[in-house]
Design a protein around this ligand. Sequence first.
Ligand code: LMR
Length: 337
Amino acid sequence: MKSATWTLSAAAAAAVLLALVPASAQQPAPIILKLSHVVAAETPKGKGSERFKELAEKYTNGRVKVEVYPNSTLYKDKEELEALQLGAVQMLAPSNAKFGPLGIKDFEVLDLPMLIPSLAQLRKVTEGPIGIGMLNKLDSVGLIGLGYWDNGFKVMTANKPLRNVDDFKGLKMRIQPSKVLQSQFKALGSLPQTIAFGEVYQSLQTGVVDGQENTPANIYSQKMHEVQKYMTLSNHGYIGYVVVVGKPFWNGLPADIREQLTKAVNEATKYVNEISQQENDDAVAAIRKSGKTELISLTPAELESWRKAMAPVYDEMGERVGKQLIQDIQKTVAVTN
Ligand code: LMR
């Protein structure tokens, strides 16, 4: 009887002790994955980031918690890449135009004007050996590339109609930090100014720059069309993203977690690339409906004059991004089946 009482009270004491142990000590704390980006949540990248979060948390049964920070709330263009290298964030999806300052110039090739005829042809580049080879270059700067996300094709905005090449003369145009884009606007006779995405609206509003190029989804979600009178639907170039993680973070993950996160990224990639065209078409329709900006369509002859004016960029930037790489991409996109 005595020993039964003892057993009972010992069990009760153990239960009390267990109840006192905080839940956090019973289960390992989740791995926090911070994903920072500069665009609005309602853009292809914003939606892709949310989809990744949802899938990553589901596939890892909550062992990974993804925190998405949109709209430059955590870091702007340049700082986010530095933060990734320092491990302050774990995942980003910067545009192809933003890797030059890290010393990786290859991605800028996709900034070349009129290089990519369609998203289907782009896919052959990014999903084939060229795209994989470019991702592998990230290793040298301590990053791992997990895939390519679309935004879409760029249009031009300004407070004057941009129809002929002469219209660009002397305009201060905002660019992303890409030498190819710098060369493109110089070829058009403009004065390119590198400005972080988070500061573009204000720079347009206050007249720091006269105009800019971007995708309709980015323009609409940042309300740039409210401070620009004209938008030329030129589709003269492409904006897309490289999904990157820090190498120490990624390689330090348990193998099963890495596998589930890879699955989540791949599915989010498929999702983004399926919705990107529609997102941009919807943004053009919304900008048109707002009545704040006049939309300009170019005739084939006008577009051809832009192409001619921008053609020297290929020679000028051949050295930087690699002549062979340009030729390989041209060959790949020329095959239409
Ligand atoms: C820009 O800086 O214009 C864009 O690349 C921003 C983005 O991430 O889409």
